[in-house]
Design a protein around this ligand. Sequence first.
Ligand SMILES: [Zn+2]
Length: 307
Amino acid sequence: MFQVCVLGTSSAVPAFGRNLSAHVVQHNQKLFLLDCGEGTQFRLIRNRIRLRRLSAIFITHLHGDHIWGLAGLLTTLSLNARAEPLTVYGPKGLAQFLQMQFALTHSELQYPLEIVELEAALHDGALLYQDNRLTISCFVLQHHVPCFGYMLREKPKRRRLVADRAHADGIPKEYFHLLKQEVGFTLPDGREIDPNHYLGPPLPAYSYAYCTDTQYAPSIVPHVRHATLMYHEATFLDDMAQRAAETAHSTASQAADIARQAEVGQLIIGHFSARYHDLTQHLEQARAVFPDTHLAEEGIWYPIAPF
Ligand SMILES: [Zn+2]
């Protein structure tokens, strides 16, 4: 199971029922939180997402609309008796931002919190997290303050055993683990077994790219190339390209152009300015450049697989 739930699609302020940035990615039994705008914990509850299985948090940058919810959420986890350690990744300043709030509110977390601060000069493309099946790396975005995108990528999967074929050739079950590990062996009857004969192609490995906030930045293309699904901010429409450049944000067609260059599978756009109620034009302008574009909808679980 590899999927993402978008909890907020508004930039700067809540508007028209749209909330502030936060994404929850589920990979098998683990959950990862990307950004934590104000109100994130309420939207987690509303969407029945329990963070007991939260493995790590990744913050893009220290603008309030992406982090005002973080101290509250971390405190709630503590009140909910979390005991497992938790790591939060984000730009330099994140530790001071959190420690000051905890100190002034006399909040003491009952679990070990590790804060990993990222720097552009050191961490562009850096691998931050990995388990048996997934890696998470960061890359530098172009914003007015230090800002990082994140790439969640499944590790290459094992080839699938074609058990029927092995059965048909009379290979006893106790040898199947060797086949799965692609190890050759000799049976008691003297037959040399080549595992390749009994293995199908590997299942495809998928990936999710999270790109917000940023001005149009082709420098990120190598980092997100062939992502199965990419989220890219599209704060403005194309007639506001000048304003987008001034505020270090992207227009709808700029987001789509990054998707096109990176040859991603699908694009969802979000981080919409509060000046827009109707988002039809965002979709039209993006689709003119990258047809498989969708408006991010809050509360929907998007499969990170071709859909
Ligand atoms: Zn920002």
